[in-house]
Design a protein around this ligand. Structure first.
Ligand SMILES: [Zn+2]
Length: 95
């Protein structure tokens, strides 16, 4: 399928039309395997669960003992999301 992030351009514009970065989703290859369509849906579910708990990504990753990059990749569907991740059992640390 055409990369959903860069719409098949392989690059993303940053701040202005003249500045580009390599697309972080397809790494510039412009297309991604079909399975990513499913992963994007699942990643959105993960992200919604996190936002319901009002966790920022870094904090959520910390609580899950994960690298924030790995959690982020799951939430955007770049890698297969682990739907076993649940924030229900995680207690927020009180300050
Ligand atoms: Zn792309």
């Amino acid at each position: 399928m055409i990369c959903p992030k860069c719409k098949g351009e392989g690059v993303l514009r940053i701040f202005s039309p003249q500045r580009f970065m390599n697309c972080y989703f397809c790494n510039g290859s412009k297309t991604v395997p079909e399975i990513h369509a499913q992963w994007i849906v699942e990643g959105t579910i993960l992200k919604d669960r996190r936002i319901q708990k009002r966790f920022i990504l870094r904090k959520a990753a910390n609580l899950l003992k994960m690298d924030p990059k790995d959690l982020s990749d799951m939430e955007i569907g770049k890698v297969k999301p682990n739907l076993n991740i649940s924030y229900r059992t995680i207690k927020t640390i009180k300050h």
